[in-house]
Design a binder for this molecule. Sequence first.
Ligand code: GLN
Length: 196
Amino acid sequence: MLTIGVLGLQGAVREHIQSIEACGAEGKIIKRVEELETVDGLIIPGGESTTMRRLMDTYQFIDPIKAFAAQGKPIFGTCAGLIMLAAHVEDREDAHLGLLNVSVARNSFGRQVDSFEADIEVKGLDAPFTGVFIRAPHIISADKSVEVMAEYDGRIVMARENHILGCSFHPELTDDHRLTQLFVEMVKSYKTKQAV
Ligand code: GLN
């Protein structure tokens, strides 16, 4: 059985757990650093990135999550979670985790329209995915090592670099579990490699 953690400091946690379980894996809310050892992959949910950073500092999550990634364990960041993963955040001197070689801008889709839904073509999916965007970031630029997986309105909204995956929108807020499934497959392949 695969166990996937959802960082439970702040944000849309429960919906991710439900989506993980709908994909046949076990979902576990992670509130303490020691709990990271008990999971094979980690989702960093949406929320508010500056608040999440403050809590990550308080509970000393930054280095342990970097170490988790260094072991090859997959991480999926959604919305604020993507901001946490990015190597560069516009208007900030320092990155948060710096695990995904992209540059992101926050609140990219206009202030009047705080949230909207849009059908997104995602690489590897045979039908569009409904993206729920809530004060969403976008990827301004991506390193050559990063695979762009989806764009909306000419902007990159999903990308993958090896075992690190990020998207601008909230896949857990729909009952379409295909993106969670894609992440579960990444975790499965990490586990299979470990077993060899
Ligand atoms: N705008 C938020 C931020 O900058 C992200 C919003 C979200 O996660 N839905 O952190």
